[in-house]
Design a protein around this ligand. Sequence first.
Ligand code: ADP
Ligand code: MG
Length: 287
Amino acid sequence: ATMPPLLSAIANAGRHGVLAKSAVVMERLAQIDAVALDKTGTLTEGTPRVTDLRPLPGSGLDEDALLALAASAEHPSEHPLARAITGTARERGLVLAEATDFASAPGTGVTATVKGREIRVGAPARLFPGGATDLEASGRTAVAVLRDGAPVGLIGLADRPRPGAAATVAALTAYTGRSPVLLTGDNEAAARRLAAEVGITEVRAGLLPQDKAAAVREWEQAGRKVLLVGDGVNDAPALAAAHTGVAMGRAGSDLALETADAVVVRDELATIPAVLDLSRRARRLVI
Ligand code: ADP
Ligand code: MG
């Protein structure tokens, strides 16, 4: 027996590495006319490396002590920046202290008690006034480290675009007739730098999770049918607000995977334009 067209579209999407949670998703994908992309972990590989360690004068910390302190606080976090910081500490053979009272704020950073002191690691602009740094101006992602409320250092990080990111952006532009928009919680300069590398011109940076969702709703209210692609806890509200939300599977947070309408199982961005194509062809078969 032949499969009904929508079912065969789901099966086909699965073969391309995209798991659609229902047949309705394939119909909704066929309606997409605008795309918004998260940066870290979606357009980038999501495995940043630490490029700069800058203990502040007067902090009493050297590079290793700053890194160990940040890594201790970040240890419970799954965020790509946290993994980069703890991974670099491990490579350097540093001993981490135990963290208690751990809390994370999506799009902002983490707080924990380490050796009896409150350590915060996160976006400079959110942690202290005038927090933007020359590291950020140079296109790096930067996180500030605070001890009992006082800045003790900065850590610079850099991530690479995924292979094929530029080709995917070009394919999505051709498909929807407009350039995808980059939505990120990272700083403006780092976002613009990555956007230029992959061919994106419209960037919204420094966004909290609810700001990402608000941007999506704004376009939806203007009549667009938005596909949002993201991976993080910080993308969940926008994934829910979008006409269709797609999560990157391998590095995706549980919350993103649960909230999304479809999941890219193979860790390849190129499957997204391929599945959009498929959804349109399936619709033609149904109509
Ligand atoms: P994106 O939107 O690019 O995926 P996020 O919203 O996850 O980025 O993070 C935005 C910013 O918030 C980061 O660039 C960083 O400054 C800060 N941040 C978020 N989570 C963490 C964390 N676990 N450790 C340090 N900084 C963090
Ligand atoms: Mg992300």
